[in-house]
Write a protein that binds this ligand. Structure first.
Ligand code: NDP
Length: 284
């Protein structure tokens, strides 16, 4: 079998056309969706992500605000800026680009964002709402994965899903969203004793490990849907995922490539969440 490619770039572009229409509608009512991004320090990867988020905002006709702090910023200064943005009516989404320096309490920072502007979906209130199946801001990468799965036309309900990775931003929430859609979900992680025992049972496998080409053809069941969240560099410096694409794509039914798989969906869902927040603000 040769897997069908789930084209994240194309699906994201389609979704962005819908979002752009929503932005236009909001603008006609006098509301321009606004996203504020806080960048602390000079991490190269973080700066690239932030630039991409700003560009996506501009492309969609949204308002984007970049606030930069030096590495030495105090926790108090950061919290005070977040408080200011919580009260700024032109801002509908606030995100703090992670990681932040160790001297600042990350949990405290995330919890200081007003949940109604938490478009990253990291605030415990939004996570709790997601867990209990209530309306909330869904974390962007897991949400993007759900959209990709929907596009395959493969129903999630009743399927065996294995998520490799249990981080708060990817692994745990994507498993929860799949459970909400009636999948039978197994989480694997670094302490899992027999990884293959689990992964070979998966109708849908989500790899969010952060190790280049970690998942091989032996890990998967023939015809499985394989979602590769990883963004890594291999030994030659080339961008690659957590899944060994060359061999796994010969056995899987569907597969996301890296790049142009999950990656483009993450920023798209951030834009979606910001527009959703602006719509909520408009209806208050
Ligand atoms: P983390 O490092 O936070 O989590 C990695 C997870 O993998 C952990 O739960 C860890 O287990 C598990 N793990 C590590 N080694 C093994 C192993 N040998 N066997 C099984 N499980 C293992 O990473 P993230 O979740 O933040 O990110 C994962 C990948 O996704 C990265 O490559 C990252 O760059 C990428 N990413 C991509 C995004 C996108 O937009 N496409 C967005 C966010 C991340 P344990 O908990 O036991 O330590």
């Amino acid at each position: 079998m040769t897997a069908k490619i789930i084209d994240g770039k194309e699906i994201a572009a389609k979704k962005r056309v819908e979002i752009a229409k929503e932005v236009l509608k909001l603008k006609e009512t006098g509301i321009t969706p606004g996203l504020a991004v806080i960048l602390v320090g000079n991490n190269h990867a973080s700066r690239t992500y932030v630039n991409n988020k700003q560009k996506a905002c501009q492309d969609l006709g949204m308002h984007s605000l970049l606030i930069e702090f030096p590495e030495t910023v105090s926790e108090g200064e950061l919290l005070s800026k977040i408080n200011e943005l919580n009260n700024d009516q032109s801002i509908h989404g606030i995100l703090v680009q992670l990681p932040i320096p160790k001297h600042i309490n990350e949990k405290k920072v995330i919890e200081s964002i007003n949940p109604v502007k938490d478009v990253d979906g990291f605030h415990p209130i939004n996570i709790g709402r997601m867990m209990t199946g209530q309306d909330s801001f869904l974390p962007c990468t897991p949400y993007g994965i759900m959209v990709l799965l929907e596009e395959t036309g493969v129903s999630v309900s009743g399927k065996n899903v294995v998520v490799v990775g249990r981080s708060n931003i990817v692994g745990k929430p994507v498993g929860q969203l799949l459970l909400n859609q009636n999948a039978t979900v197994t989480y694997c992680h670094s302490k899992t004793k027999d990884l293959l025992l689990h992964t070979t049972q998966a109708d849908i496998l989500v790899a969010a490990v952060g190790i280049p080409n970690f998942i091989k053809a032996d890990h998967i069941k023939e015809g499985a849907v394989v979602i590769d969240v990883g963004i890594n560099r291999d030994e030659t410096g080339k961008l690659c995922g957590d899944v060994s694409f060359a061999d796994v794509s010969e056995k899987a039914g569907f597969i996301t490539p890296v790049p142009k798989g999950v990656g483009p969906m993450t920023i798209t869902m951030l834009m979606f969440n910001t527009v959703k927040s602006a719509k909520n603000a408009g209806s208050i």
